[in-house]
Design a protein around this ligand. Structure first.
Ligand code: SAM
Length: 328
């Protein structure tokens, strides 16, 4: 699949549920209304949808949410997609999780064919972690991370940089990830959905974070890519990598290779635009995939050039939908 700007679309991110057991302050409002279950695709339908994208040239799939591990039987979807990896039609299957349910799922995920996992972790301080997630328990997440490591999964830690919230912890996180053999990826907060805090108060440019980190760590840019938008540097002292995802300070849309599908089968060809194509109707209209294939092709042919996120004093969110719907 090639879009109108010549970009090859090889990466699909699938939100398997909009539900989550946490309410991170930058991601969701305290009081969220989730989708009625009847609107959500079954796991079999999600697998069929993924299969269609793979036929169209997708080589990497990330399962996300909401919290993918709160969806019942999600391991069966992982196993189905893991088979595509085993037979060579997919290069990589990964999953992004908040880690709360990981301790009990780590072995099952590894057995189902998962090799890499991203765990979101915004603080190593239990009280601060509870405040950021509004209801999470750090010890539970750390146990999940260690279970994933013990199961042989390659773990990457994702941290959203939040001004005045966790900006004093990045040195600690770099050291902790180094000690445990994890790469770390820092993310700028994006203006998606109304949350209780003002985005301008949360926003911390990673250019500033990086220059502060460089007082303590020797960072050397490297060419390594994980298939997503992160740009990586090697950390001489730990031997690990640090990634920077900078949707705000450095728009990376020119190299975008991604599209996203929600748990209701809505295709968003850009994280930062309102464009949306319904794939559920063509999926359900027929057991054959010709309508689905046509809908996918039509959507890719209209993929927007890029997002135009702006965070400013008094600005409204760039998008009404929260990250848990589209899948982060
Ligand atoms: N529940 C899973 C988790 O916590 O990783 C998967 C879904 S979550 C929406 C995926 C990632 O998006 C997390 O790393 C989260 O921190 C990030 N995220 C959520 N809202 C964001 C926002 N407004 N800006 C930047 N990153 C955000």
């Amino acid at each position: 699949m090639t879009d109108p700007f010549g970009r090859k679309i090889t990466y699909l991110r699938v939100s398997v549920t909009d539900r989550c057991d946490l309410r991170c302050i930058y991601c969701m409002a305290e009081d969220m209304t989730f989708l009625p279950r009847a609107e959500v695709l079954s796991l079999e339908e999600l697998e069929r949808l993924c299969g269609a994208f793979v036929r169209h040239g997708v080589r990497k799939i990330r399962l996300t949410g909401g919290e993918p591990l709160v969806r019942r039987n999600v391991i069966s979807l992982v196993a189905g997609l893991g088979r595509l990896v085993a037979e060579g039609s997919l290069d990589e299957l990964t999953l992004t999780t908040n880690g709360s349910q990981l301790a009990r799922h780590a072995d099952g995920l590894a057995a189902a064919g998962l090799r890499r996992i991203n765990v979101s972790l915004d603080s190593l301080d239990p009280d601060r972690f509870a405040a950021i997630t509004r209801r999470g328990r750090l010890d539970q997440v750390l146990a999940g991370i260690m279970a994933a490591k013990a199961a042989g999964l390659t773990v990457k830690i994702n941290t959203v940089a939040l001004r005045g919230v966790n900006e004093d912890e990045f040195d600690t996180l770099v050291g902790w990830c180094g000690a445990h053999g994890f790469d770390l990826c820092l993310i700028e907060t994006m203006p998606m959905g109304e949350v209780s805090a003002a985005r301008i108060d949360q926003y911390l440019p990673l250019s500033l974070v990086r220059s502060r980190l460089e007082r303590r760590w020797r960072l050397t840019d490297c060419d390594w890519r994980s298939g997503g938008p992160a740009r990586y540097a090697d950390i001489a002292e730990t031997g690990r990598r640090i990634g920077f995802i900078t949707p705000m300070t450095d728009n990376f849309c020119h190299s975008c290779n991604r599209v996203r599908v929600t748990c209701t089968g809505t295709l968003h060809t850009c994280l930062g635009q309102e464009d949306a194509v319904d794939l559920r109707a063509p999926l359900r209209a027929s057991e054959a995939d010709h309508r689905l294939d046509a809908a996918i092709a039509e959507a890719i042919a209209a993929k927007p050039k890029g997002h135009d996120f702006v965070i400013g004093a008094g600005s409204r969110p760039a998008l009404a939908r929260h990250m848990n719907v589209t899948g982060g």
